[in-house]
Write a protein that binds this ligand. Structure first.
Ligand code: SAH
Length: 263
């Protein structure tokens, strides 16, 4: 690999995580960088309110899915970031959750460094962590799940079916990003792989926002539940015994609430 030519004076690009939705889950580091940004490239953020922390009259550039087919767009985004670095000091590329988790940050990071442009990845709270705290369950628990798997319901070029074909859910918390549309396929693959139909699964829409909706069921019932309740994106799937823990804690919390509330 050749080292890039030292580029002419260029700004610095920050690849920043915006968190899962609740604007208060933005990190202090991300907040500070957004406040000094000269230009911000953003996509379909779950929380547009976060853009409100930027200075007035800076350039805000939408580069999300609504513009077209995403796989074609990635090179264009890379080019836009490179171009912006020649005309601005602080360039922000804002992404939902943590940019390093299913966020295509690697492509942008590599293309910038190949051009000799200074850049830095700023961690964000990923949806899995946001949803766990928002609902009140841990991702790992010695009695329920000693391992966690973060999977994508999609591959770069289509449905990610092979990830589920040999997957044994026992003892694991499995979090599936971008899995809502392929839920029927995921469920059938997991059953074919030998998992019990009673394996617990939760689907969470709009996690960490006021509009959050949570549905729980098992591999046999979840598709009907999702259809009946018209669950929409963004939604994340959580599979495993930890969903049972969540239900147990919810039951206890409701008990606390009825003790505390006045008659
Ligand atoms: N980098 C992001 C994930 C990007 S992939 C992160 O770390 O969270 C996009 C997927 O994330 C969505 O399809 C959905 O599965 C999930 N997602 C993001 N925000 C969400 C939210 N507020 N509620 C539920 N799912 C969400």
């Amino acid at each position: 690999m050749n080292l890039p030519m030292a580029s002419k004076q260029s700004g610095k690009v920050y690849l920043v995580g915006a968190g899962p939705g609740d604007p208060e889950l933005l990190t202090i580091k991300a907040l500070k960088i957004l406040r000094k940004a000269d230009i911000v490239f953003y996509d379909d953020l779950v929380s547009p309110r976060i853009l409100g922390v930027c200075r007035k009259r800076i350039q805000m550039v939408y580069v999300g899915k609504r513009l077209g087919i995403h796989s074609c767009l990635q090179n264009e985004i890379n080019d836009k970031l490179i171009e912006a670095s020649q005309n601005h000091n602080t360039i922000v590329r804002l992404k939902g959750g943590d940019p390093s988790i299913f966020g295509r940050v690697g492509e942008e990071y590599a293309s910038l460094l190949q051009e000799g442009i200074p850049c830095e990845i700023i961690a964000g709270i990923t949806t899995a962590s946001g949803v766990a705290s928002s609902l009140g369950f841990p991702l790992t628990h010695r009695d329920y799940a000693r391992e966690i798997l973060f999977l994508s319901g999609h591959k770069k070029d289509g449905v990610n079916s092979d990830a589920f074909q040999n997957l044994n859910c026992v003892g694991k918390t499995i979090v599936i990003y971008m899995g809502l549309n392929s839920l029927p396929l995921i469920v059938s693959e997991l059953i074919t792989a030998g998992n019990a139909k009673t394996t617990k699964i939760a689907v969470i829409q709009n996690a960490t926002l006021d509009t959050e909706r949570v549905f729980t069921g098992d591999l046999e019932t979840i598709e009907t539940i999702v259809l009946e309740n018209e669950v929409k994106s963004p939604a994340i799937l959580v599979i495993g015994e930890i969903v049972r823990f969540y239900e147990e804690m919810k039951f206890l919390k409701n008990g606390c609430a009825s003790i505390l509330s006045p008659i």
